[in-house]
Design a protein around this ligand. Sequence first.
Ligand SMILES: O=[N+]([O-])c1ccc(OS(=O)(=O)O)cc1
Length: 476
Amino acid sequence: YEAITGPTGVLYYDQAKAYQGYTLFDPTVASKTTYLIDMRGNIVHTWQSEYTAGLHSVLLPNGHLLRAGALPRKTEVGYCGIGGAGGILEEFDWDGKKVWEYKMFIPNKEIQHHTFCRMPNGNTMILGWETLTNDEARKLGRNPLTIPTKPVMSKGIPHDRFWVDFVREIDPAGKTVWEWHIKDHIGKGPKKFDINYTLPMPMGEMYATYDWSHFNTVNYIPETDTVVMNSRNLSEFYFINHKTGEVEYRWGNPSAWDPNAKKPGYWDDGSQKLFGNHCATPLKNGHVLIFDNGSERPQDRRSRAVEVDPKTGKVVWEFRTRHTNSFNSHRQGAVQRLKNGNTLITSTHGGHIFEVNPEGRLVWEFVNPISAGKAKAVFHNIDGLPFEAHIDGMANMVHRAYRYGEDYPAFYGKTLTPQGYIAGDDAPRFFRDYHAGAGFAAPAAAPAAAPAAAAKAPAKAPAEDDGGDGPTMNAY
Ligand SMILES: O=[N+]([O-])c1ccc(OS(=O)(=O)O)cc1
């Protein structure tokens, strides 16, 4: 369900099959609030930052929120207008007090973007872009004919140099303990990155300018001391040896590095498997789960979640919808494997977060009601972003959502009281009214009018008639 217009909130909930817990998400556009909601879409907790999302949050086992924020930008050279630029990590305790922060932004030099990961030893890996001047790029082998001669505008900011990826690991005191830079790994062959790679001409030579590599994920596998990275523009994910920095494995697009691999053409994917992918996530079974956007894919312009076994290079599971307009996020997007084997998918452009079981059946579905900072019970086509702002993007975009099970340690000792619907308690409860047969009683009379801004309403238990796990859950 990714209609331009329609209801928001929880649209479907199969209580018997969904993975019970709480869903954390940051509306991407013009919102400084992080939401934790229950399975029915009630707010159970929020955090406030002074920054909009840069681009997502995680809930740590101790109940703290670790969130990337977007620092204010100026429209001058030195700032970074590439989609995903953030600049600051903030850690808040459960009560919203800031307990830690790390800024990564120096104009003309470096900026945090997209994501980060907290490691088991308490260190934090942060994805960054650093600048590479035209001269430096030329020395590294970039074809001078593909270096812009005039500043390139992005989000109103002129860019006169490349922003290329790096990862920094910091300790809790903010000291750098490890770095990896793509500019140190440029060259030919399976262990290097081709600084002249772009999608070939049939796809319009996408990504030819200053945003060359465009990574969007960093994850860490402690068992093997491996860093997992994901490049949207090269359409691959990587295993990087944490000790040596070497590329140990890559999957998704052989034509990005192998001269003998078949390039995609007008109607043919060639040897390329992923197109514009995000969120490569290592699983406990050794596989990797990826959000394959399908952007620029010649054969089939649609998104899918795909699980790959790196040992064989084979796709062992995937989810796609029958109709492309039910699930298609041109950019961004996320996947999470849940403990019961289900998969939570964030299809960014529709603000669409949904859970499917291993058979590909929908068990929970939610559309973010926050559109450009305002809560809406129903989304109208005028609520979309203007076309130039972001291809296909809607103003209720969510970059990445996470579900945390009821037994997640962050909830120990917390009282998670439903505080009403994001769009107000007078908003229709679609999941109950439309699916009365799926374990829910028949719709009750319309609930009494509630304050418009439910998020600010005093904690109260909205009327529920579904005989579920009760309006208030006291975690242990
Ligand atoms: O416009 N944005 O918000 C945006 C665009 C692209 C983007 O990069 S991507 O890798 O997530 O597609 C992130 C954010």
